[in-house]
Design a protein around this ligand. Structure first.
Ligand code: APR
Length: 280
């Protein structure tokens, strides 16, 4: 990328210019968009990284294709692979990363407009980001219900089923349908809350995208909703989506935990961030 290209809002396409933009008080409405890459250092594999990603390691479940494990029509015929995996993915045994704490720090500084996450690990909540600041675009394990009659299924029975790797069935008389956590499978609609908030990126004065391949729609379209002239900062191991195509896009390629530390340091927040993460 030609670093010298002058841009209307940032002095240059560098992390320092984003930090200056933030410290000049020009960013009060930051929209953050995240994916599995921000939880890999917590021990949760992402999906598409070549060797370590989940999809590269599902051979033991003999699926017709990797994404079938999250496909609603495959699940209806064979829920076992999902439930074999659910125990590993179930929230509660992972600690948020410093990247999750960075998002909480933005909230604490009154700068976070909204966090859109594709993750189902609930680590954003555990890091202290309030629920009303988070759009869980692909749902979460927080609730579960019958895929046929949509009756809610009790949490305690769900925890037991997940723990014992059993497939839970609907308790409604005459139903007996399969129960599934309310995470969005391929072939299912995203939650209403996603569509209600989808235009929020147009209100942002800074957009930070972290740890996602931007390969699944409609989430992947969100960065395009940021207005021209609003800086978009990508903190990711690789360039993704259309990031880099605008004159004030800033690409910070590499590990997100070190990327947020660099940004925090440039903003003079590193000590505060480390302390916050320490307490998590
Ligand atoms: N630091 C920075 N980037 C990272 C790190 C890290 N520590 N680890 C992984 N990444 C990057 C990868 O290079 C990749 O670009 O994060 C991205 C992860 O992409 P995916 O594995 O595709 O995860 P995600 O984008 O969240 O997947 C989207 O696909 O399977 C569906 O519904 C599922 O929500 C998921 C959706």
């Amino acid at each position: 990328l030609d670093e010298s290209t002058p841009t209307q809002t940032l002095e240059s396409r560098t992390l320092e210019s984003v930090a200056k933009f933030i410290n000049d008080g020009k960013s009060k409405r930051i929209v953050v968009m995240t994916g599995a890459g921000i939880s890999t250092s917590a021990g949760i594999p992402d999906f598409r990284s070549p060797d370590t990603g989940l999809y590269a390691n599902l051979a033991r479940l003999d699926l017709p294709y990797a994404e079938a494990v999250f496909d609603i029509s495959y699940f209806r015929n064979n829920p076992l692979p999902f439930y074999a995996l659910a125990q590993e993915l179930y929230p509660g045994k992972y600690r948020p990363t410093i990247t999750h704490s960075f998002i909480r720090l933005l909230y604490q500084k009154g700068m976070l407009l909204k966090l859109f996450t594709q993750n189902i690990d609930c680590l954003e909540r555990e890091a202290g980001v309030p629920g009303d600041m988070i759009v869980e675009a692909h749902g979460s394990f927080a609730r579960q219900s019958c895929i046929e009659c949509h009756t809610a299924y009790p949490d305690d029975l769900m925890h037991k089923a997940i723990h014992e790797k059993e497939v839970p069935h609907c308790l409604q008389k005459g139903c007996g349908g399969l129960v599934k956590p309310e995470i969005v499978f391929f072939g299912e609609q995203l939650p209403e809350e996603f569509f209600r908030n989808r235009t929020l990126p147009a209100m942002a004065d800074l957009c930070i995208i972290m740890g996602t391949s931007l390969s699944v729609h409609p989430f992947a379209i969100l960065p395009q909703y940021c207005e021209e002239g609003v800086p978009r900062l990508l903190i990711n191991q690789e360039q993704v989506g259309t990031l880099g195509s605008r004159s004030d896009d800033v690409l910070l390629l590499g590990d997100c935990d070190s990327g947020v530390r660099k940004l925090a340091e440039a903003c003079g927040w590193l000590e505060e961030l480390e302390q916050l993460w320490e307490e998590t």
